[in-house]
Structures are given as C-alpha cells and as structure tokens.
Ligand binder design. Sequence first.
Ligand code: GCO
Ligand code: MG
Length: 402
Amino acid sequence: MIITKAKVIVCSPGRNFVTLKIETDQGIYGVGDATLNGRELAVASYLEDHVAPCLIGRDPSHIEDIWQYLYKGAYWRRGPVTMSAIAAVDMALWDIKGKALNTPVYNLLGGRSRTGVMVYSHANGKDIEQTVDEVGRHLEMGYKAVRAQSGIPGVSTTYGVPKGSGKYEPAEKGLPPEHAWNTEKYMRHVPKLFQRIRDVYGDEPLLLHDCHHRLTPIEAARVGKDLEPYRLFWIEDPVPAELQEGFRLIREHTTTPLAVGEVFNSIWDAHELIREQLIDYIRMTVLHAGGISHMKKVASFAEMYHVRTGSHGATDLSPVTMAAALHFDISINNFGIQEHMPHTSETDEVFPHYYSFEGGYFYPGDTPGLGVDIDEEKAAGYPYEPAYLPVNRKEDGTIYNW
Ligand code: GCO
Ligand code: MG
C-alpha cells in the first residue's frame, strides 16, 4: 500500500478545525486532526506545503518510521505547530492501519484495559448559584466527574464563563477580545464555590477546577490548601508551566492533586514534572503532542512515576481527536480521566463518529480504524473564519496569562 494523496481540509462548523486526510492506492484513507486554536492556518500550511509532499509514495504502515522522519528529519523539533502537524499524520496512519487490518485502533495499542473511558464535563456559571445548578444538571446526565468554574464578583469576564446564555466557547470571532483579571478576588472566591457545591451534592461527585495558568507557585499553594476540605479530583494548570521546577513549591504545601499539560507538545515539556513526581495527571493530548505514537511513550514514562493521564478535550479538539483519544485512553493502564466538552451539532454532522456516551463513560466503538470521518461536502459549507482566544490584562492594564 502507498500514500497517494494528503489533503488538508480547513472548515468552521461552529469553530475552526484543520483536518488531514491521507489517501492510499488501495482506496483506504485515514483522518487526523491538526487544529491549533487561533493559529489554525500555520499548521495547515506546515502540512500542505512541507509535510504532504514528503508523504506521497510512502508505505502508510510504517507509522514509527514516518513519525521519526517528520520529527528528526525536519531538524526543527517540537513546538505546537510541528507537533500538531505530526500528530495529524500519526492519527491518520493509525486510522489506515486499523482499517487495513479490519480492527479498531485500540486493538493495535495493546487492546482494551477497561470497559469505558470516564470523562469529566464542564459546569460553567456566571455566579456560584448558576454553577451549582450546572453541576446538578451534569450529574443528572450521568457524569461522575464535573469541572466547576464560575464568574468572580468584581471581575467583568473570566475564563470558563459563557458570555450570553449560550454554551462557553473560548475562541471568539475577529481579533482577540480582552479580559480583565484580579488574583486576590479569585483566590477569595474559589473556596466558596466548592464549599457550596459540596454542601448541595455531598462527597460523591468527583470535582475538578481549572486555574488556567493564573497563579504564581505560592498563590497556587494557598489555593490548593484552601480547597483541601472539598477533596478535589484535581486543580489544573495552577501556574504557567514553562518552569517545571515551579511545581515543587506547590507540591510542598498541598495534597490537592495537580494536573498540567494541555499546552505541552512533547515529553520534554514534562519530564521533570513526571520524574520528580510533582504532578498527578498529565494532560497532553494526541493532537498537540505528536499523536498516538508519542502519547503512548508519554504514558509509559508517566506510569513509572504514579502519574496518570487526563487528556485535554475542549471544543477546539475535533471529533477526530476525541476518537483517537478514546482509543488511547481505553488501551493504557495509567489512564486517569478524559475531558469532554460537547461539540456543536454542526461539528458533529461534519465529523460523523461512532464513539458514544453512557452513564459517565465514553466508548470508542468497534469500527475498524478510529471510527470517525469527515464529510467533505458539508465541511465545504463552513469556510474558515478568523477567531482568537482572549488576551488577559490585570486591572491596571498589565498583560497577564489568559
Ligand atoms: C480546558 C482548556 C480549554 C482551553 C482551550 C484553548 O481545560 O479545556 O483550558 O478551555 O482554554 O482549549 O484552546
Ligand atoms: Mg485547561
């Protein structure tokens, strides 16, 4: 079998997605997700202009060799653009291999290690009471784990809070909107949110929270300590994580579990965090961290240090990533949890898929390959629209982490 075509499809069914479709001379094709929120066209060009021509004529069964060719062969290693592009190729090749061997991809990754993949959903509210209601709504839908975020009194807009009455979607059309931030107000507010949720729903639900890179290590240590009575499943991204050793300080002060990694691209972003057992969950994904092939290595390394996975799964990761993530999640032993944020119905129509949800768990399905596709005709009806994530400023105008 040889690769005859590698096509990049950019579409915007509710939000922007970049999809790679690799075709072969045997009629079998595979799909991969290459979406990098707010920087979509950079990955599209990387794939179209620099990767696709190198794929033509290669044997798609040589997944590891092609991965290394694209990683080592580019000379310029790592980074979100490169690693998302490599990931798209990797996902598509696993899809092709599964279809060629007539088996779901998880069977090629060692088989199922569990029956279903536990996911967490998002409860977002303008204030504590609205978030409390949202938590209840998700528990009624069967979710066993819910991430709770709420508006902060005195802060006009913040991460995780929907603008109007619709669902929360981080990227907005047009140029980047600007948000305001106040650490002190946030730190006073967040324990009250979780106290109220525990008062209403008791000890059973698994509760998570995303600090979204907004704290310094000592502030994160305080938040972790203040949240200890509410026994969170994790706090996520307490600090921006370029400085891996920054987590040592947080770790010394709190037993609240720590999760990080949605912006990481390779094991080299996380090796110290994992090796020194400074975190509990690694949130890298099959999309932004080099595909299933690299994530298998990350998970194996993490397994030796009691670190479990908790892959990013926001709306900017297409159903192709969700499908690939579920095959990965179900096959590894040190799986922790998978994030799930529902796509719009337009997105689901453009990307028909076989994965399904029941009782708090997702199931990848038994279709050969990844069990997901792209309807190119429908995709063509949703052309790319520039959209960006917000930029954050402190109240005095200083640029801050969003
Ligand atoms: C999460 C994330 C997202 C990101 C978004 C950026 O935990 O789901 O923090 O909401 O902000 O995916 O592209
Ligand atoms: Mg996050």
